[in-house]
Design a protein around this ligand. Sequence first.
Ligand SMILES: Nc1ncnc2c1ncn2[C@@H]1O[C@H](COP(=O)(O)OP(=O)(O)OP(=O)(O)O)[C@@H](O)[C@H]1O
Ligand SMILES: [Mg+2]
Length: 245
Amino acid sequence: MIKATKIQKSFGKTQVLNGISMNVEAGETVVMIGPSGCGKTTFLRCLNGLETIDSGSVQVGDLQMQSGVNPSPLTLKLLRIRLGMVFQQFQLFPHFTVLQNIMEAPRHVNFMARHEAQELAMELLKKMNLEDKAKSKPRELSGGQQQRVAIARALAMKPQALLFDEPTSALDPRMTGEIGSLIRDLARDGLSILVVTHDMGFARRVADRVCVFDKGAIAEEGEPESVFKNPQSNALKDLLTETRY
Ligand SMILES: Nc1ncnc2c1ncn2[C@@H]1O[C@H](COP(=O)(O)OP(=O)(O)OP(=O)(O)O)[C@@H](O)[C@H]1O
Ligand SMILES: [Mg+2]
């Protein structure tokens, strides 16, 4: 579903991504971990065309982005519909209600009729257990509720994959658990899921595969059980020591 091949990316003289290749299949959840500044967010941004890539290619279903070729506006639009992105700070529109937040993209990107968009939004809110919050403003919700609205908003575009950048960093353990089971449900529905997190317990619970990033490269990858039980790279050994406080 997502196929990134030898992605390189520099900002000025600093090389941030050093030829990263990664595939994520439909229904698969890949979790990226790694020290701060190693390029995780940059990698997600390259996948959905928020950053241009210096070399390599990104393929999402039948859409292709190649370094040196500017993707057409249509390719970018379709790419962003297929790859829903959920950010750490939710980035909901503060002056919109929950319902309006979810209806916005279907209405204005997909030109969906109002009643249809509203029906879809209510259906998603029901799935997120948030029907009673439809008329609330984001600031009236807890962090976990806002995160679920952000996920509903991404799902409203019927993406084939979801990219999460530190989805649980603002959440307490119970909310983190809820987001974890939600992610597993979405994967079971066939979505490809790529999650960046600093929470090793969360990584272990949701991942089919863990990728350890270090200095813009993949230091090691594998099933969570074996990767966490028997870390090979210094990057992962350091991460595990740091989190064992
Ligand atoms: N727009 C930009 N311009 C210049 N440098 C950037 C830009 N975006 C990121 N960088 C640099 O690229 C490197 C990787 O940043 P990135 O945000 O991808 O790290 P990260 O792995 O997501 O870190 P964290 O875990 O702290 O979120 C950092 O050194 C950062 O300063
Ligand atoms: Mg980041």
